[in-house]
Design a protein around this ligand. Structure first.
Ligand SMILES: Nc1ncnc2c1ncn2[C@@H]1O[C@H](COP(=O)(O)OP(=O)(O)O)[C@@H](O)[C@H]1O
Ligand SMILES: [Mg+2]
Length: 275
């Protein structure tokens, strides 16, 4: 089952004299929920995700998983990056087995690997080498490896941004479905508003200099989501407006997040926004 995650008053500064890159972040994510973090490049998304993974300690505040403060990485949560971190000299099935081997789960390993490859649709590529696979297939291998250890939480750092639009959309839908089926908590970092709305129960809009949580937008739409449905398009406009309001203006000049934001009319070019 998924993990309850608490981002508890996080402020972070790299080095002693620098300005904070993240400031006063506060958010509770319940088990099995999926949250998309969206924000301009450099606003601190990856830094925050590293903290959620236990790879970096904040200078103030903490991350709690199921009530316990995170101080180091753990096999129960998994991170996936833009480029899948696979071993090219190993086969597909060997790569999928790695997570299980690292965590000492030898029993039933072959069966589990088979099951995971089936889940991500790569059963027929099990003996192939990694470099013979497409980018999307490689991300599926990374996903299968992450899922094999039955994680409580998956942290995704722009995992689909190097893929073509069709592959990207397929994986967004599939990863979301698998996480919901298994009750896995999902935190997704993206700069793509459609990706955030396709996968997130909530979308958190971040501001920068310093990185803050500007807005939290609920996405009360059924899955799988249809990007041309009027409700989806309405939310896209809403998130877009909040996002534009957050760009490159100091935090102190911003409207408070509880103030209403006017909705712009839908524009075709915002249909798939790469920021
Ligand atoms: N190890 C580090 N040392 C110093 N500054 C860093 C380090 N990592 C990231 N930063 C700075 O923190 C800010 C946020 O970076 P990052 O989290 O990578 O942003 P994002 O993922 O939103 O693009 C940037 O200004 C970046 O230069
Ligand atoms: Mg980043």
């Amino acid at each position: 089952m998924g993990a309850n995650l608490q981002i508890n008053g996080i402020t972070h500064t790299f080095g002693r004299t620098a300005e904070p890159v993240l400031k006063d972040l506060q958010l509770d994510i319940t088990a099995g929920q999926s949250v998309a973090l969206i924000g301009e490049s450099g606003c601190g998304k990856s830094t925050l995700l590293h903290m959620l993974a236990g790879l970096l300690m904040p200078t103030e505040g903490c991350v709690r998983v199921n009530g316990r403060q995170i101080t180091r990485p753990h096999a129960d949560w998994n991170m996936m990056f833009q480029r899948p971190a696979l071993y090219p000299w190993l086969s597909v099935k060997q790569n999928v087995a790695l997570g299980l081997q690292f965590t000492g789960q030898k029993q039933g390993l072959r069966e589990r690997v088979r099951e995971m490859l089936q889940l991500v649709g790569l059963s027929d590529r099990r003996d192939d080498r990694i470099q013979d696979l497409s980018g999307g297939q490689q991300q599926r291998v990374a996903l299968a490896r992450s899922l094999a250890v039955e994680p409580q939480m998956i942290l995704l750092d722009e995992p689909f941004s190097a893929l073509d639009a069709f592959t990207r959309r397929g994986l967004q839908v599939e990863v979301g479905r698998i996480a919901r089926d298994r009750g896995i908590t999902l935190v997704l970092v993206t700069h793509d508003i459609d990706e955030a709305l396709t996968m997130g129960d909530r979308v958190v809009v971040m501001g920068r200099n310093p990185g803050t949580f500007r807005d939290v937008v609920d996405v009360p739409l059924a899955y799988p989501r249809n990007p041309v449905h009027p409700d989806f398009m309405r939310l896209r406009s809403q998130v877009m407006a909040r996002f534009e309001a957050s760009i490159d203006t100091p935090a102190s000049d911003k409207p408070r997040s509880d103030q209403p934001v006017s909705e712009p009319t839908f524009r075709e070019e915002s249909a798939h926004v790469q920021l």
